[in-house]
Design a binder for this molecule. Structure first.
Ligand SMILES: NC(=O)c1ccc[n+]([C@@H]2O[C@H](COP(=O)([O-])OP(=O)(O)OC[C@H]3O[C@@H](n4cnc5c(N)ncnc54)[C@H](O)[C@@H]3O)[C@@H](O)[C@H]2O)c1
Length: 446
């Protein structure tokens, strides 16, 4: 088939490239000329494991193209994917203007009957609104919902081995085309959910909010552990061993971040409000996440006395491992709070240092810096805070950390609970985990 993907970001680039790899002829369109120029020069603008090789291979084969607009023969495409951003509005809703702009471009340029598949995360009813818009075109365009579930850091393997695919379409014709498109991935049974567009749109928000809710619940429990002396490790193991609950997404930490959970949880609450249905769990999930970020700041401040004039090293700036995405990352929130309270921050991340540095304006310049080697972040710092569990941070040299940090018994905050407290403390460092009380911390691993 001939396909167009609007938006050459994490979703559009992976979808377009994955579809080219399956043998389709694909054009990725983005309004950002710099991004398109870089892609045409062979530079991939995001870090996503396996993506660069796949892009190069498909470009070489002539199946994958990049442009700022739809050019022939792609004005005669079979399917137009919309994978543009839907950022939060000031009141927590989803801003769908880019989706509408892409739809208008499709309506203007499409020269034959086609599907418009919305991959962007959009509020219930958006497909119907887009359908009305594209009905003005000279050709028949049917709008379908096909929400994206890729995980940044594993997006390429998620494309080829998805947990499920959700197809929301009103006509049998559209369903057949979508089934054919995804047939090479060999999904069957309940892993291929074929439904109407509104249900499909809601599946995406419901999934992200459910996952965020689990994380927020564990984070609240970690705060309860902190004051009661219970150990969140044991609570997680005990709770997660119930097969009805399961073990995943039960890790306490500095709060969830990224470009999806924070905005999607708020958008679900907003959607409920707009329809007179209170989404209390979504609202509480968001509030608990904000409180967790404040809790991490409080941990650092309590342990250091005051942070004013202090220097704090951060390991892990991306919102999770294996990505360079720092949108809503715990490191951004902590760095901003520390600087506001008079500290300086020096960060390290295997992939996200550049995106992190770009996120700070001139006012913060000099107060937030990044380094290429993780141990260099420690020189003269008063504390180390680990915020992203990259593999390369899992077995550090604690003696080296002690040597580089300042003070008699410097502070190490393990924001992801990945280190054995005894390993840290035996080198003369102070350990602070999330919901791992000090006395329990000393016992763990004995
Ligand atoms: N990133 C994820 O992990 C993920 C996962 C599932 C779903 N989603 C959803 O997918 C959508 C895209 O997310 P993303 O992370 O890929 O965003 P992104 O910000 O990485 O990329 C969006 C791209 O769209 C481009 N764009 C904006 N308006 C355009 C237009 N009119 N025409 C063409 N291009 C345009 C932007 O320049 C940008 O390059 C969002 O709705 C998001 O919620 C994201």
């Amino acid at each position: 088939m001939r396909l167009v993907a609007f938006g050459a970001g994490y979703v559009g680039l992976v979808t377009g490239t994955g579809m080219a790899e399956l043998g389709h002829e694909v054009l990725c369109v983005d309004i950002d000329p710099e991004k398109i120029q870089r892609l045409n020069d062979g530079v991939v603008p995001i870090y996503e494991p396996g993506l660069t090789d796949l892009i190069r291979r498909n470009e070489r084969s002539g199946r994958l193209h990049f442009s700022v607009e739809v050019t022939p023969p792609f004005d005669e495409a079979d399917v137009y994917f919309i994978a543009v951003g839907t950022p939060p509005t000031d009141d927590g809703g989803a801003d769908v203007r880019a989706v509408m702009a892409a739809a208008d471009q499709i309506a203007r340029t499409a020269k034959r009957k086609a599907l418009v598949a919305i991959k962007s995360t959009v509020p219930v009813g958006t497909c119907d609104a887009v359908q009305e818009r594209v009905n003005r075109a000279n050709v028949a365009l049917e709008v379908v919902s096909n929400p994206e579930f890729l995980k940044e850091g594993a997006a390429v393997s998620d494309f080829f081995r998805p947990d499920r695919i959700i197809l929301g379409a009103r006509t049998e014709d559209a369903r057949q085309i979508l089934r054919r498109l995804y047939a090479p991935l060999q999904l069957s049974g309940e892993r291929l959910v074929v439904t109407d567009p509104r249900s499909s749109e809601l599946v995406k928000y419901a999934s992200n909010t459910m996952l965020a809710m689990r994380v927020s619940f564990m984070n609240e429990l970690s705060r309860l552990c902190h004051v009661t002396g219970a150990d969140i490790h044991a609570v997680r193991l005990g709770v997660g061993s119930d097969s009805r609950i399961g073990k995943r997404f039960l890790y306490a930490g500095p709060g969830y971040g990224g470009s999806c959970f924070p905005k999607d949880v708020q958008a679900l609450a907003h959607l409920g409000k707009a329809h007179g249905v209170s989404m209390r769990l979504a609202e509480a999930t968001h509030a608990a996440n904000q409180e967790q970020a404040a809790f991490v700041i409080q941990l650092v401040e309590e342990a250091l006395g005051s942070v004013s004039g202090k220097r704090v090293a951060l390991w892990g700036l991306a919102f999770k491992p294996e990505t360079d995405d720092v949108r809503e990352s715990p490191a951004l929130k902590l760095a901003r709070a520390l600087v506001e309270h008079g500290a300086t921050v020096v960060g390290h991340d295997p992939e996200a240092s550049a995106t992190f540095a770009r996120a700070f304006d001139d006012k913060m310049n000099g107060k937030v810096t990044v380094v290429d080697r993780e141990y260099d972040a420690l020189d003269g710092a008063d504390a180390l805070v680990l915020l992203t569990e990259w593999r390369s941070y899992r077995a550090p040299n604690f003696a080296e950390i002690k040597r580089r940090l300042r003070g008699v018994r410097p502070l190490v905050v393990d924001g992801r609970n990945i280190w054995a407290p005894r390993d840290v403390e035996s080198e003369g460092l102070r350990y602070q985990g999330i919901g791992v009380p000090r006395q329990a911390a000393s016992r763990k691993g004995d």
